[in-house]
Design a protein around this ligand. Sequence first.
Ligand code: SF4
Length: 745
Amino acid sequence: MITTTIVVYAEAVMSKTHFRTCHLCETMCGIAVEYEGDKILSIKGDPNDVLSKGNICPKATGLQDVHTDQDRLKAPIRKVNGEWQEVSWEEAFEFAAEKIVSSQKKHGYNSVASYMGRSIAHNLGSLIGIAPLREMLKTENIFTGSTVDQIPHNYAWQFMLGHPYFATVPDIDRTHYFLMLGTNPKISNGAMMSTGANPQKKFKEISARGGKTVLIDPRRNESADYVDEHHFIKPNTDALFLIGIINTIFEKGLATPGRLEAHIKGWDKVVSALKPFDMATIEKITGIAAEEIQRIAVELATAESAICYGRTGLSMVEFGGLCNWLMQVVNIITGNMDEPGGLMFPLNAIDTVGLQAKQGQFTFNAFRSRVSQRPEFAGELPLCVMAEEIMTPGEGQIRGLIALSGNPVLSMANGKLLEEAFDQLDFMISVDFYLTETTKHADIILPPVGPFEKSHYDLFYHTYDTINWSKYSPRLFKPEGKGYTDFEIIRELLKRVAAKRASGFKEKLQVKAVSKLVDIALTPDRIVALGLRFGPYGPGLNPFKDGLTLKKLKDNPGGVYLGPLQRSLPERIFTKDKKIDLAPDFYLDDLPRLYDRFYGGIQEQMDQDTEFDMTIISRLTHRTLGWMHNSERLVKGKHACTLLIHPKDAEKRSINQNSTVTVTSAVGSIEVPVEITDTIMPGVVSLPHSWGHNRKGTRKRVAEAHPGASLNDITNEKVVDELTSNAVVHGVPVKVELKRVAVAS
Ligand code: SF4
């Protein structure tokens, strides 16, 4: 008994706690990592974190599985005669740099493309490395995961406010009316609204202060339990619902631009452009009664403060561009733009938005993709064209790819086509610490260090803050052996490519000197320190000013609170004429596409001509993110990759709770087990995304044991939002058939 007590006491004394930000999503929760030596004992919420105050979701605990994961690559591997071989970092960097330089020398700069997965946005080193990497590659073939996700939001911010990253953030802590479309904050914990997890508590607080929360979604999803009202809506019809809201507000004379009236243009244009969309048709198409839409519009317009907010259900759809524009219109015409309780803008400690604006306007349509002529936006091409750009011969064909994290084979529409395309590349370089469905196609994989083996600062996701605050997370563990951070990998590649391109003694000497300087002077922490010092809250060069510095953040491991969101318009309107554009031609010109589809009989004709009588939508799950499927503690228990189907649709097809079904679309079919539930509307089925770990040649043993099916084996890269080229993952026509019925033992 005495011995046991002593052992327990000794363990308690030896363990330490490290505080950092969970970098897995934009919610940015504070975690307390209890560790002993290099062993993590537990991961819990940090009650002293300024934003999350101890709240976390289960995903954070999976980080310890990533830390200890035997499948996580710690050294570069190179494919030789189809077999992976561990190689030295020296060989890996030389191989990668040589491939880039020789391909571009022979076939031109555009012959090498880059892809950056969404997790790059959570990664300090990669974010800092992106600009110089793009500069070095000099290619137009730049792709990211944004065009399978949120790019329609960025378009709206660009065309209406003049800056694609000037995010409009719901002031959830002060609002009196929260209308949400195509979103599930209970599961996403925010998304474009960094709430520090537990947004459902904030929904309750809205109701408690006399306000109201309304959710519009084809699923009565997990958030529905916490809101005052939920309405089913047919997928891909949210644009019409929003037009119904806007028309009602105008018709009832409830439009009130408020403080910003003198800074808004295009008011009359919106009124006349949306008039032809009558309410009776909107009711028929959306499935929501006209009186309900009108009531919600009046409630929203007359609330003390209100927010109209939407996420992937409004961006990964065929009218995603229009949806995001209309959503902003609702907020602007009700006087809720840049007002407490409405949509607001954080002022970040490192003001990336302001710094980018100083460099001039972002581009749109400065060039087009070679094969299907899709326009670039903010310097990148949509991911929907990557496969054809690789597979179509001709000048400018992509022959080499450098892919930084992400797993587009599972996350991009028609992932199987991407696989075919990757196999046709002359070379592929991946920066990733897993052998995934995507990286298995690479010739070389350069693995960055693990999540606890580098420092962290959310350079990008603070732009979604619902309060102004700042936090820095130091490195916890030293990597095993010679570990390179993402930043160091990019830096090393840049140096070697520059050295190989240099010609003549003098130029080579210059490159060598600059490389040495970069090695010594350029580190992510130094850049963060500078950004903070000269940012809006920093002391600048004044040694007597008590401003925000990196040291201050290090002294406050839970972060530093910088105050509630403040009004920032009109000063921070970034359009050339300093006006908020309520009616950009870019959107007005796309309205006929919406009108013809639903008022001109195109949708009716499509419904008649097709064998696909159901619509599939994607969904998030509570415990998993695609790249975390190798965490045992996250995938254990009831399998998450099931197809939700309404009882009526199940009955029609003789499907029962034990059934596995075949889901078929225009591009392929998958088999999945079903879950019969009336939380999904009839005619719609739902499957989580980023599953499908049944491809051969990966090395993620836990994920392979829980493979699921990939939604993107049945989505079509050719079906996109024509305005923004964003992939369509919600609202794909499918048919569902019984595959087999499990016989009870
Ligand atoms: S919501 Fe979950 S995954 Fe996102 S930051 Fe918080 S703990 Fe991490």
